[in-house]
Ligand binder design. Structure first.
Ligand SMILES: [Zn+2]
Length: 388
């Protein structure tokens, strides 16, 4: 096969074709089959390989090695065997939409800022493009608008193979120094770029270009891009989520973030009030207690800090020599042991051992978590601390 003369170049819209097997060998994931011609695009230039079938065999990968295109299949073929190839067209057309969009954005950004596209990754989810300069989100939105206007203009995309002389006078983007046949993809008004991938015939088929994120990357920025059906799919998910939020908050679709913000402010205010009430409750409870050597008290829902404040109040009001507090937490029970006069270290260790707990601290303050019923915890604390 001549370079860049394969069926996927001659007719990028070819979905089914007939060919003859020229070689077949065992491969890592089945068999590797080469054909006298193929519509299957092999992974390259950042574009993933096509999938599909050859007769009844599944084609799960296509790669060019030693200048031969090898189709990874799940069954063996005989040399000379006639095959009918069928592409997974949804996958291939998606790659064409993404790849053309991936040329349009950097082309427009290059025109306006002169920045180069220094990295490109087309995955199953999105396109990542790295640039060697910095621009803002507002800049990006303006470039995105221009790209979409170029889509709506529905211009034909031109593929050409200029000779060495023509190439010299042609201004085009390229990721590396090229030799031999150079394939130039021209998107009128947007971009001229050397590329070996498959593209849609007219810009309108890209459907839509949507930039979804812009972040700093090395000396420049990284843009995440969705084109065509992926942009539509993303819009569906965003709408579903935002509609659900708007129903939950009884807010209009375009006012959900303001509604969440006021909800957060309301929650913060409730937390402040709850904290104030807890402090008052602990102070009153401490006052109401009759002094004893050991005070074991259950306080569900209190944070570690609140238990500590309560323990300090009890000790400073001389309500106990030893304070043991526990309360239901997210997983099991949290506990706190405090004393100004008694070393609690051994008791803490014994408690962890007996009730499958974890924790530690200082001789006068031990904190941790234990497993068990409130009754078990209370009786174990009584047993371990009552005689100290
Ligand atoms: Zn390309």
């Amino acid at each position: 096969m001549d370079e860049m003369k394969e069926l996927f170049y001659r007719d990028p819209y070819c979905r089914e074709f007939d060919a003859v097997v020229t070689a077949c060998r065992p491969g890592k994931n089945g068999f590797e089959v080469s054909l006298d011609d193929t519509a299957f695009y092999p992974e390259g230039g950042g574009q993933p390989a096509d999938h599909g079938t050859l007769n009844d065999a599944v084609v799960s990968d296509v790669r060019k090695k030693e200048d031969v295109i090898w189709h990874t299949t799940d069954r063996e073929f005989a040399v000379g065997e006639k095959v009918h190839g069928v592409l997974d067209w949804q996958r291939r057309f998606d790659h064409m939409q993404q790849h053309t969009g991936e040329h349009m954005m950097p082309g427009i950004i290059h025109q306006h800022f002169g920045f180069e596209n220094v990295g490109f990754h087309l995955s199953e989810e999105n396109i990542l493009i790295d640039f060697d300069g910095v621009f803002t989100w507002e800049d990006l939105m303006a470039m995105e608008q221009e790209a979409n206007e170029a889509i709506w203009a529905n211009k034909p995309i031109q593929i050409s193979f200029p000779d060495a002389e023509e190439l010299k006078s042609l201004e085009y983007r390229s990721k590396k120094e090229l030799s031999g046949v150079v394939r130039i993809v021209t998107i009128p008004g947007c971009d001229v770029c050397a590329c070996c991938g498959t593209h849609v015939a007219r810009t309108g088929e890209v459907g839509m270009i949507k930039c979804v994120s812009l972040e700093k990357h090395k000396e420049g920025v990284r843009v995440t891009l969705l084109c065509g059906s992926r942009a539509l799919q993303d819009y569906r998910v965003q709408l579903r989520e935002n509609t659900a939020i708007s129903h939950l908050l009884s807010a209009k679709l375009f006012e959900t973030s303001a509604s969440v913000q006021s909800l957060q402010e309301h929650e913060a205010e409730l937390r402040r009030q709850l904290n104030d009430l807890r402090q008052k409750y602990f102070a009153l409870k401490a006052e109401s207690l009759t002094p004893a050597h050991l005070q074991i008290l259950q306080e569900d829902g209190a944070s570690g800090q609140e238990l500590k404040d309560f323990g300090n109040a009890l000790l400073s009001q001389n309500k106990a020599e030893i304070v043991a507090l526990f309360g239901r937490g997210a997983s099991g029970y949290t506990y706190l042991l405090m004393s100004n006069t008694v070393n609690l270290r051994d008791a803490g260790k014994a408690l962890n051992q007996r009730l499958n707990g974890r924790g530690g601290g200082k001789p006068e303050l031990i904190q941790g978590t234990v497993q068990g019923s409130p009754e078990e915890i209370r009786s174990t604390l009584q047993e371990l601390l009552g005689s100290l």
